[in-house]
Design a protein around this ligand. Structure first.
Ligand SMILES: Cc1cc2nc3c(=O)[nH]c(=O)nc-3n(C[C@H](O)[C@H](O)[C@H](O)COP(=O)(O)OP(=O)(O)OC[C@H]3O[C@@H](n4cnc5c(N)ncnc54)[C@H](O)[C@@H]3O)c2cc1C
Length: 409
């Protein structure tokens, strides 16, 4: 084989079974359509409308079925995952391809699963399972509501109350940083059924209708387009049938949901970073200064080599973690490692890409300027980089063999 031929695919699917290659192509097609439609849209188009473009294209292509278990109306992914759950490798493949094209395609894809998977994990109610099938068909949009002003990295701080009243629970409190405020049809909400803020126990998850009396929302802006805001619950009645999982086991349910989806954040980061690398290669090859293409300068060539190497490492860490989650292994450390490295790396890669573009890199509307902003929040949500380090450090301290044992292993 020629040494110039790649020995593996370089789009993040190196460790993937062949069906993931087909999935990558499907997601890429949707991503291209979203990117083209949004590029042609008016600059005045708001983020909610942009989100709806992404959502509609994903719905038309049937891609949203991948974030719902086959047993609840999602796509049958064969060997990749049993019918009762979703395949993380499938979602990782899609997110990497979608993020490469446009953040709105990626976001609309993952939120459909992140906000609804607690139903699959915690309910057998026929009505709720039908709603989940509606999510798979793209007819309903969910949102996940965990965070509060006093509960971010430490969810035991949740103070929203859920008081039992006959056959109902009555929810009172406020959530913040809730993605899909403004578009969601329902929320999966973490609230306190007993105990006090600061206690891990006593939390329960609920399915809450957007149209419920006493529910209101207020959107706010973050640095990259993203439907997000606050959710206010003022005496919202929720039937007991809409409790998700066991009463008092809400923290475990919320963490189980994140355990399935967190690794896909790494995939989105890798998609953004791979696009940034492609933009750098194109620009440095095209642009001439000092009578030569920028790509001929060794300093910039070294940059490309480092971007490529780090990105490949991030993709392989992500593939390893996704495979471990799909295999049902305890993949906590692999996921933390991949999320930490991929998201931090994506910010670094996108920053280099902005630098390579010179002034054009900071012009509002340029692809690398957009990528630079799109990547930033990934280091914060679904467990900050610091939280991933805490998780990893615990693992390293527990499982690293003593030097003499390591030497003889
Ligand atoms: C764009 C975006 C979308 C989001 N979408 C959702 C959503 O849909 N649903 C939802 O429920 N939430 C959502 N969130 C909230 C997100 O999960 C939280 O922002 C995140 O968990 C961090 O919580 P915090 O913002 O309160 O920061 P804090 O927890 O206050 O942390 C502040 C800083 O302190 C660091 N820190 C905290 N504890 C430690 C420690 N023990 N050791 C070292 N450092 C520490 C953190 O790493 C961080 O750097 C979203 C956030 C963003 C930015």
């Amino acid at each position: 084989m020629s040494e110039h031929l790649p020995t593996s695919r370089e789009d993040g699917d190196a460790m993937a079974p062949s069906e993931l290659g087909a999935l990558h192509a499907r997601a890429d097609e949707v991503g291209r359509a979203v990117e083209a439609e949004l590029a042609a849209a008016s600059p005045e188009l708001g983020e909610i409308e942009a989100y709806r473009v992404g959502h509609r294209r994903l719905q038309e292509a049937g891609l949203l079925r991948l974030v719902v278990p086959a047993s609840a109306g999602g796509e049958d992914v064969g060997e990749l995952a049993p019918a009762s759950t979703v395949s993380v490798r499938a979602m990782v493949t899609c997110r990497q391809a979608l993020a490469y094209r446009h953040a709105m395609a990626d976001l609309a894809f993952v939120e459909q699963g992140l906000g609804s998977f607690p139903i699959a994990l915690g309910s057998t109610d026929a009505g709720l399972l039908e709603r989940l099938a509606g999510v798979a068909r793209g007819e309903e949009i969910p949102a996940l509501a965990l965070t509060e002003t006093g509960a971010g990295s430490d969810l035991s701080g949740v103070a929203t109350r859920a008081e039992r009243d006959g056959d109902d629970f009555v929810l009172t409190g406020a959530k913040t940083y809730i993605t899909n405020v403004g578009v969601a049809d329902f929320y999966t909400v973490l609230a306190r059924t007993s105990g006090e803020p600061g206690e891990r126990d006593g939390l329960t998850m609920f399915f809450v209708e957007h149209r419920a009396e006493g529910l209101s929302t207020r959107g706010f802006e973050v640095m990259a387009p993203h439907p997000i805001g606050e959710l206010f619950l003022d005496g919202v009645r929720v039937p007991a049938a809409h409790v998700l999982g066991e009463i008092g086991a809400g923290m475990d349910l919320a963490l189980a949901n994140l355990a399935r989806f967190r690794i896909t954040v790494a995939a989105a980061a890798n998609g953004f970073a791979r696009r940034a690398l492609a933009e750098s290669v194109a620009h440095l090859s095209r642009r001439e200064q000092f009578g030569r293409p920028l790509s001929s300068f060794q300093g910039l060539r070294f940059d490309l080599a480092e971007m490529d190497t780090r990105l490949r490492a991030a993709e392989l860490l992500t593939a390893e973690a996704a495979a471990a989650v799909d295999a049902g292994e305890d993949a906590t450390a692999q996921v933390a490692r991949a999320k930490l490295f991929s998201t931090e790396n994506a910010s670094w890669v996108c920053d280099r890409a902005v630098q390579h573009h010179g002034g054009a890199g900071v012009r509002v509307g340029s692809v690398v300027e957009r990528l630079f902003r799109d990547t930033r929040a990934l280091r914060i949500y679904e467990g900050t980089s610091e939280v991933q380090k805490l998780v990893l450090a615990k693992h390293v301290l527990k499982y690293t063999p003593a030097p003499d044992a390591g030497a003889s292993a």
